[in-house]
Structure formats: C-alpha cells, structure tokens
Design a protein around this ligand. Structure first.
Ligand SMILES: Nc1nc2c(ncn2[C@@H]2O[C@H](COP(=O)(O)OP(=O)(O)OP(=O)(O)O)[C@@H](O)[C@H]2O)c(=O)[nH]1
Ligand SMILES: [Mg+2]
Ligand SMILES: [Zn+2]
Length: 366
C-alpha cells in the first residue's frame, strides 16, 4: 500500500493560493490569524520600506481582495494579467505594505498598481475619505475592520418581514454611517410581504433620513433607488437574508449575484454573500455588496456619547436636571418625560437604552 504523504508546509500554501485564483469568489476569508502569520514572515529591514512610493497618484480601485491578491479596476481599463474577469485585473499585494489600525485593503480603496517583473502589483493605498467599518473583536489585532472604503452612501437594507424588522440594527448603522462620514439611506425591502410597513418606520420618517420602500419581487421602488444611487459609490449593509444581493440583481439583471432563500428551520438568512465586492452598474452606479452582518459593534463611542447620535434625545437631554444624566436610572429626567409624552419615540429610546447599557456592561461600568 502506498502511503500518501501530506504536502510540506510550503507546498500546502501554494496549493491554497492556486486554488484561490480559481475560486476567488468563494475562497475569500477575513481570517485575521492568516494575516498575522503572513505579517510575521515579512523582513523587518527599513531598506525594504523605503522602496515603497511615498507620494503617488492612485490609478486603480479595489473590487475585492484576499490576503495576497487583489482584484482591481484600473482607471485606464487595461487588463494584462489574464486573471480576473473582462474589466478587472488580478494583482499581487506588495508584501511590504503594512496594516495600521485599519484593514490594509477594502473594496473601494484607491490604490497604485505598478507592473513589477511582469506582474501587476498593488504598491500603495491612498488614505480613505470615508469608510464603513466595524469594531473588531477584543482579541483581534486590527482595531477597525473596514468593510468598504470611499463610499458616498450607506444603504441600510432592512426587510419589512422575513427576517423581521429590527430597529436596533438600523440605529447602529446610523451611528456607523455618521462615524464613517457616509450618508445613510434606509431601504425597506420585501414590502410585498406585508400589508402595513412596520410601525417603527414612522419614526425614521421624522428623522432627516433618505428612505426607499422597495420590493425585489414586484420591482416597487427599484427605479427610485436607482435614481438615488446614480453617479455615486454606495455600500449595501444589513442582516443576512434581507435581500441585499437581490436588490443588486434587480438594479442590473446582468449581474446574477448569488442569492438564497431563508433557512426553513431558523427563518434566517444563510450568509450567502461571503465577500465584499464592488460592482459597476449602468448610470454610473458603483455599489459594494457585503456579507450579512452578525453583530455590528459600535466603534469608539463612549457610553456618554451615545445620546449625541440620537439627535432628538440629545436635544431633550439639555433640559435634564443633571448634566450627566444617563436618561436611564434617574427618576427626574426630561428624556423619560418626553418619551412618556410621545415627543421622543419609544423604540428609539429603547434602542438608545440597549446601546448604552450594552456598552456599559462591555466596559465593565454600571
Ligand atoms: N418576497 C420577497 N422576497 C425577497 C425580496 N428580496 C429578496 N427576497 C428573497 O430573500 C432571500 C434572501 O435574499 P438575498 O438577496 O440572498 O439576501 P442577502 O441580504 O444578500 O443575504 P446575505 O448574502 O446572506 O447577507 C432570497 O430568497 C430572495 O429571493 C423581496 O422584495 N420580496
Ligand atoms: Mg447577499
Ligand atoms: Zn435625562
């Protein structure tokens, strides 16, 4: 009997990379330990660092990426590597590029691509103008995981039903948008499944927030959405199964992005999209599809600051008896009174309360 030898370490990694080239859509991973391992192997010589361009003019945009490779769309539209689809170029990422506090690359990043030894290589990344980022877990090395870069609009996609509408997630995304410098747009999808929209929508209508009611089933609202997104770069975000990828397919039927029905047993999305990818549609619509968010952490907000992301609560809070009122534990509180009077919406206040107490628990404070 011939005993098959496991390939050596080196062999195994080349196998994986080749595999990735063929299956780049499915093989992507946000695996930070792999990033870390790769970084640990880098030479520490400063001579290497000097070889990277200091000042540069970006000439390409990242469409999607893995640890070692990036698919980019070049400004001039050249594609000489042979890899990638018709209008994307597969590039190596220069190993000397270092991650700071944020992810090194994200779809939407502007980069400098140069051809080195016949291979297109990402040699530099331009500073991000805006971002959609989430706070990494406690044990992750990166502080901010950037999901999309240089976007104008964050399309917060929620379903009217299946999965149920969750105002808490919408509130969190509104904060994330403010922090990343991105304009939010609330898209309530699957309106065909309900007779009346969720009652909480009333409160979002009172905010200074762009809203689009849509259905991928009937096509309702798709034209409105198309007009709002024309000429802009946007990113779709929301729970798994709310219909982010379906919206893309509705906006441009040629895309054929993979979508899947909800799980029969859990009635939740199946995390169908696993990689953030930038798509270019007609009418100058550039849009990044993202995987469904499981838990979106608010980045770098202290419990005291939460109220400032709820403008109506902050305004009432000015009338509170105590300057440092939490609007939760105090008996005499203008915000609580306003909620009782219907001046501040109850779901918004509940969402404020959830965010604030959640953060205080995380920070070990009570
Ligand atoms: N009835 C109805 N079903 C919809 C609508 N939009 C999407 N769906 C269905 O919802 C399911 C999930 O849609 P996806 O587009 O895969 O959802 P997603 O948000 O991309 O999910 P992830 O990629 O897992 O994050 C699919 O079965 C769609 O056909 C809609 O407007 N109405
Ligand atoms: Mg999807
Ligand atoms: Zn108060």
């Amino acid at each position: 009997m011939v005993k098959r030898k496991r390939p050596g370490k080196k062999k195994r990694s080349t196998v994986r990379e080749r595999d990735w080239e063929q299956n780049w859509k499915a093989a992507f991973s946000h695996d930070l330990s792999r990033h870390r391992r790769a970084l640990a192997k880098l030479p520490e010589h400063s001579a290497y660092a000097g070889a990277l361009p200091g000042e540069f003019v970006p000439n390409a945009t990242v469409v999607s990426h893995s640890r070692k490779w990036a698919f980019v769309e070049t400004d001039s539209g050249w594609s000489e590597s042979g890899g990638g689809t018709a209008d994307t170029t597969m590039c190596l990422i220069d190993e000397r590029l270092r991650e700071g506090e944020e992810s090194l690359l994200a779809p939407g990043d502007r980069v400098l691509v140069e051809v080195a030894e016949g291979k297109p290589t990402v040699r530099a990344v331009a500073p991000r103008l805006t971002r959609l980022a989430r706070c990494a877990g406690k044990h992750d090395r990166l502080k901010q995981q950037v999901i999309a870069a240089n976007v104008d609009i964050l399309v917060i996609v929620a379903a009217a039903a299946c999965p149920p509408f969750r105002p808490g997630l919408v509130d969190r995304f509104l904060i994330t948008a403010q922090q990343g410098g991105v304009t939010p747009l609330l898209c309530l999808n699957k309106i065909d499944l309900v007779e009346h929209e969720p009652p909480e929508m009333e409160f979002y209508r009172e905010l200074d927030l762009d809203i689009c009611i849509a259905s991928c089933e009937t096509g309702e609202g798709i034209e409105v959405l198309r007009q709002k997104l024309a000429g802009k770069t946007s990113v779709l975000a929301g729970h798994s199964g709310v219909g982010k990828s379906s919206l893309l397919n509705r906006l441009d039927p040629n895309l054929r992005v993979v979508t899947r029905e909800l799980s029969e047993t859990t009635k939740r999305g199946r995390h169908t999209t696993t990689t953030s990818v930038l798509y270019e549609l007609q009418e100058g619509i550039r849009i990044i599809d993202t995987p469904g968010i499981r838990a979106l952490e608010v980045w770098n907000v202290s419990p005291e600051e939460v109220a400032f992301y709820f403008p109506e609560i902050a305004a009432c809070g000015m009338r509170c008896k105590f300057r440092n009122c939490t609007h939760i534990h105090e008996t005499e509180c203008a915000v609580k009174q306003a909620v009782a009077d219907g001046e501040v919406s109850k779901p918004r206040y509940e969402s404020y309360k959830r965010l604030r107490t959640g953060m205080e628990l995380e920070g070990g404070r009570t």
